[in-house]
Design a protein around this ligand. Structure first.
Ligand SMILES: Cc1cc2nc3c(=O)[nH]c(=O)nc-3n(C[C@H](O)[C@H](O)[C@H](O)COP(=O)(O)OP(=O)(O)OC[C@H]3O[C@@H](n4cnc5c(N)ncnc54)[C@H](O)[C@@H]3O)c2cc1C
Length: 478
């Protein structure tokens, strides 16, 4: 096989066509597309390889030439992830899978010792997690000689309903027809002309990092620690910085309690519960974990006006408590603030130039000079992507009311669109407007497995039918 999927290596695209099949008669088997090869895309591929029982032809599209884990996690390759080992298994049925993999790796590498007592609590570098994900992908692929996999280095520009109702995937290189199912795993879209200026050689004196989420903080600390900047300013509209994880993993402290079903009531309840847990020395993080377990139901019960108010007034502070920094990073961040090497400015960046930014604050406009500017703002998963706009315009999906992404159910299946049809899924951040929290690893694992199981059930139904249904024609090979 031309691609290398082994442990400890980054898989590189060597051929646009990697075939894992001994039978190339792919015209007669189900054909599935995955758009985007970040964590959501690769996780979806793993889920399909594990859950779809019959043979199929899988095509993964992504213009990035290197096969790694995508835009989001790639940015943190040298730093630790913000979830603990216990929350990063890619096997939904086996939450200990990542821990066991780490232990096996440590045993293979005699120089490394991992304290097995504490392994669940650890935060590991993104690089290690990527290697684990590719190892699991590689293993899932090895078991499926009946699956054909193709990696196409193309940017997808649109999805259309083609002849007989099957999907056509349009790319900048042409058209790929007759897909029975398409998975949109495009995360926050393609980062083109991101507004990031290069770090001058010899190190930059002043840097501006736009944003104050985990990615922005990660970037700021990397610049300071690597000597690439001596002074960093984070500019954020909300001004909220990520909070800290507890020193030990926390469970869920709220599971049995009912949360009021209004925005105001729910967040008053959350604040009081967190303060009370903190005063008892239990840590507010367990309360937040419990709250998140009920967040999906709560979100569905909120009125459209309450959801809009959440986005405008609550989301920034909610996210700062949801996406937490490992305690060591949190301390490092606040040490840099105390030492004066890192500052946080509240304002909106209206323009980025090579020598600084134009910021508007509540009072005025300000020009801030810098040697390097790095834009770490999260783009909207839906509205800023030409592909997603084209799919919505074609009537195959509907934007959620907040313009975050597209409307999906728990499985990622798109719904409520004028031309909705079975087989179009959005996995990960694209569904954030209808399924809260679906941008994190455990939720992406769950969603992709549910989606793959549903595709499997559907393929099995179709295979039992005497004549193939319109738009879907998997004739299973025996
Ligand atoms: C610094 C950092 C640390 C994080 N740490 C954690 C953590 O510890 N735990 C956790 O749970 N989550 C963490 N997250 C969040 C989580 O990892 C991301 O939400 C998740 O990785 C999103 O993956 P994705 O594949 O959906 O998107 P992405 O990684 O953005 O990948 C999307 C892919 O789609 C491709 N694409 C986009 N548009 C097109 C198109 N039109 N045609 C073809 N291809 C296209 C892009 O090239 C890209 O490769 C972290 C995020 C960051 C930034």
């Amino acid at each position: 096989m031309p691609g290398s999927f082994g442990k400890g290596r980054t898989m590189t695209l060597l051929s646009p066509h990697i075939s894992n099949s001994q039978n190339e008669d792919v015209g007669r088997i189900a054909k599935i597309a995955i758009v985007g090869r970040g964590f959501s895309g690769i996780m979806t591929a793993i889920a399909l390889l594990r859950h779809v029982e019959g043979p199929f032809h899988l095509v993964l599209f992504d213009p990035r030439p290197k096969i790694d884990i995508g835009e989001a996690l790639r940015q943190s390759s040298t730093s630790v992830l913000t979830s603990r080992v216990r929350d990063l298994s890619v096997d939904r049925a086996d939450p200990a899978d990542f821990r066991r993999w780490l232990q096996e790796e440590a045993e293979d590498d005699h120089n490394r010792a991992i304290d097995t007592e504490e392994i669940d609590d650890l935060f590991v570098p993104g690089e290690i997690f990527r290697t684990y994900v590719y190892d699991r992908f590689s293993k899932a692929l090895t078991k499926r000689i009946d699956v054909v996999i193709q990696f196409l280095p193309d940017r997808v520009t649109s999805i259309e309903q083609g002849e007989g109702g099957a999907f056509s995937v349009l790319t900048d290189a042409g058209q790929n027809a007759r897909f029975d199912a398409v998975f949109l795993c495009t995360g926050y879209g393609l980062r083109e002309g991101s507004g990031t200026s290069a770090v001058p050689s010899g190190g930059a004196h002043r840097a501006i990092v736009i944003g104050a989420g985990i990615q922005a903080v990660d970037k700021a600390l990397t610049l300071l620690d690597g000597g690439e900047a001596s002074q960093v300013t984070l500019i954020s509209e909300s001004g909220f910085l990520p909070q800290s994880h507890a020193s030990k993993a926390q469970g869920s402290l709220l599971a049995a309690q009912a949360i009021p079903r209004t925005l105001r009531g729910a967040f008053r309840f959350l604040r009081q519960a967190a303060m009370s847990a903190d005063s008892q020395g239990l840590g507010w993080q367990g309360i937040m974990n419990g709250f998140r377990l009920q967040a999906r139901e709560l979100w569905h019960d909120l009125t459209p006006d309450e959801r809009r108010r959440f986005k405008r007034h609550v989301q920034a502070v909610y996210d700062s408590h949801r996406n937490r920094l490992p305690p060591e990073h949190y301390q490092r961040l606040h040490r840099a603030i105390d030492e004066g090497t890192l500052a946080v400015k509240r304002g909106r960046v209206d323009r980025i130039a090579i020598n600084g930014v134009l910021v508007s604050t509540s009072a005025d406009f300000e020009v801030m000079a810098a040697d390097v500017v790095i834009d770490c703002r999260l783009r909207s998963a839906g509205t800023e992507s030409a592909l997603i706009r084209a799919i919505v315009e074609a009537g195959l999906a509907t934007s959620d009311e907040l313009g975050i992404g597209i409307i999906v159910d728990e499985c990622g299946q798109t719904k409520d669109a004028p031309k909705s049809r079975r087989g179009l899924f959005a996995i990960g951040p694209l569904g954030l407007g209808s399924v809260p929290d679906v941008d994190l690893v455990p939720q992406i694992v769950e969603q992709s497995c549910l989606a793959a199981a549903s595709v499997n059930a559907w393929l099995a139904d179709q295979a039992r039918e005497p004549l193939p249904a319109k738009g879907f024609s998997p004739q299973r090979q025996t």
